[in-house]
Design a protein around this ligand. Structure first.
Ligand code: GLP
Length: 244
């Protein structure tokens, strides 16, 4: 695992965007595995800026997102499809037909099947990851069992609490999501995991301070990946007592 400590969250995001841009420049038809949440949200403006400056071409790029809430239609403002359109796709020269976000409404079983087929089509060249307060990646929540492939996940109360900030009331937060499985994530050729903020300290301790693979902290499984870069800022590194 390569661990990089930056001066600030902005630097973390800039570096992650540079690494994603490098993947695209080396492989113009790369498949990007993308993430939502405020951490990933910090990365996209740098990709948009590079694209709009004519320095990065998305015309042949294709993307697949980690997850989507069950119960939110693609045009719901808090759906991850909507998040991706607003924060990235609508601002760059990507063909929307080449962007995959699982569908959270309609026949969910069929949607999971379609998502699994999309995942099997081609490997992900680089997967961007945030981390939940409980260590979830995508929406793979802690539990006695983790899943290999795409599936429906019941969200933990702590995840619902954390995501309630995006909704008017807590009752509106979906309680389930379609998520890539841990295996899908670990099959990506390159992983980029970013974290910031003290709410992530406990989960990040499990990732950075010991060698345990802990099903109660799913992010720890990325330790097994041959090409994973974890980027955190100095404030978080100090919080968890991480020294390079
Ligand atoms: C959601 C997403 C995750 C993301 C996590 C952390 O649960 N499904 O992919 O990593 O939130 O989000 P944030 O970056 O907003 O803390």
């Amino acid at each position: 695992m390569k661990i990089i400590v930056t001066e600030s969250f902005a630097k973390t995001c800039e570096l992650a965007a540079t690494m994603i841009a490098d993947v695209i420049r080396n492989k113009p038809d790369a498949r990007l595995g993308l993430a939502t949440g405020s951490t990933a949200q910090g990365v996209y403006p740098y990709l948009v800026k590079a694209n709009q400056a004519g320095e990065l071409d998305f015309s042949r790029v294709n993307t697949i997102n980690l997850d989507e809430y069950v119960g939110l239609a693609p045009d719901h403002p808090q759906s991850y499809r909507c998040f991706m359109d607003e924060n990235l796709f609508d601002q760059i020269n990507i063909d929307k037909k080449n962007t995959i976000v699982a569908k959270g409404t309609g026949d969910i079983e069929e949607n999971v099947k379609a998502f699994r087929e999309a995942l099997a089509e081609k490997p992900i060249d680089v997967q961007l990851l945030g981390i939940g307060v409980d260590g979830h990646v995508g929406f793979n929540e802690p539990g006695d069992v983790l899943y290999d492939g795409a599936h429906v996940e019941e969200l933990e109360e702590s995840t619902i609490d954390a995501n309630a900030r995006f909704f008017t009331t807590r009752d509106e937060v979906p309680t389930k999501a379609i998520s890539m499985g841990m295996g899908d994530i670990l099959r990506a050729k390159k992983l980029l995991l970013l974290a910031t903020g003290e709410s992530k300290a406990e989960a990040m301790k499990g990732l950075l301070l010991n060698e345990e693979l802990d099903v109660q902290n799913p992010a720890t499984l990325v330790k097994t990946h041959p090409d994973v870069t974890v980027i955190i800022d100095r404030a978080l590194a100090e919080d968890i007592g991480y020294r390079a």
